[in-house]
Design a protein around this ligand. Structure first.
Ligand SMILES: Cc1ccnnc1
Length: 294
């Protein structure tokens, strides 16, 4: 793919650093012609395949391809791509509400009603990606952004598709990258991956949203990976006493070793913890409980 050879600074004023990661850094940028703010993701490209610094260009092309294939309210949109001699710049929708990670850190943990609101939007975006046979493979609170944290209903945006993969018919895909706390057993065992690997991460994120604890985290990465492989996790009473049995059921139906036996994103959206019950169902439930009392 050929990206715009023009100099990004001819079209955008480069602003403050918003975030940085394994890829390079994200800076706020201002479009000169409209004054609109965007996020510029500056990716260093390796001059030759031997150098270790920067990314291989084909990886960047893959991220661009995937971002162009998924337009959804809960997935960050890609507006433009510029390329200079050793840098590719993705012009992305600006998501300024910060990371879900910081939102949880500031509040210790969330009410179930808040967690359901966030998780529903995460699952909507993820379900859309999975319906196009695209896996994210790096889902974690740092890669889930809020569009505006002070809004009543903050909007969730999935970002960072640097490890994402588009599955083509009958093709196997293996990857051992990802963040230890969130990766599924099949990633650790270098088995072929599927979109189900994202569903394991959803369970870990849900557990963290509600308790502030990370279910498998050990003292070292090795210990964390061992805990995942042997499915060593629990719901400590002092952190989960007020948590509904429905959300524990939701998590348990995702922390399943065999990928094909995990709930899909679509099935998660129909799980009682997530799926809102109708007012009639509430009335019926209340009526039946009143009858039991009489
Ligand atoms: C960090 C970031 C990424 C994409 N859009 N806005 C902010």
């Amino acid at each position: 793919a050929v990206f715009k050879p023009e100099n990004v600074e001819d079209f955008y004023e480069i602003g403050e650093v918003l975030g940085s990661g394994h890829f390079g850094q994200v800076r706020q940028v201002r479009e000169r012609s409209t004054g609109i703010y965007w996020a510029g993701k500056f990716l260093k490209i390796r001059k030759n395949t031997c150098s270790r610094l920067g990314l291989v260009r084909s990886c960047v092309e893959k991220e661009v391809e995937i971002l162009q294939a998924v337009q959804h309210p809960n997935i960050v949109t890609l507006k433009d791509v510029f390329e200079s001699r050793a840098e590719v710049v993705l012009i992305l929708e600006l998501v300024s509400g910060g990371e879900l990670f910081d939102f949880i850190a500031a509040k210790e943990n969330l009410l179930e009603s808040e967690a359901i609101e966030f998780m529903t939007q995460i699952l909507e975006g993820l379900g859309f990606m999975h319906s196009k046979n695209i896996g994210h493979f790096d889902l974690k609170p740092e890669n889930i952004m809020l569009s505006d944290k002070v809004a009543a209903q903050p909007n969730i945006k999935l970002i960072d598709f640097g490890l994402a993969h588009h599955f083509h018919q009958g093709e196997e895909y293996k990857s051992t990258s990802g963040t230890p706390q969130y990766i599924a057993p099949e990633v650790i065992n270098s088995e072929p991956l599927s979109t189900a690997a994202d569903m394991w991460s959803i369970a870990v994120i849900t557990y963290i949203l509600l308790s502030g604890l990370s279910p498998f985290q050990g003292e070292t990465d090795e210990e964390t990976l061992r805990n995942i492989s042997i499915m060593n996790y629990a719901f400590p009473a002092q952190y989960f006493s007020t948590t509904s049995s429905m959300v524990k059921d939701f998590i348990q139906k995702l922390l399943v070793k065999i990928p094909s036996e995990r709930m899909t994103a679509e099935e998660c959206l129909l799980h009682p913890w997530i799926k809102p019950i109708t007012r009639t169902q509430v009335a019926n439930r209340n009526r039946s409980s009143i009858n039991m009392k009489n």
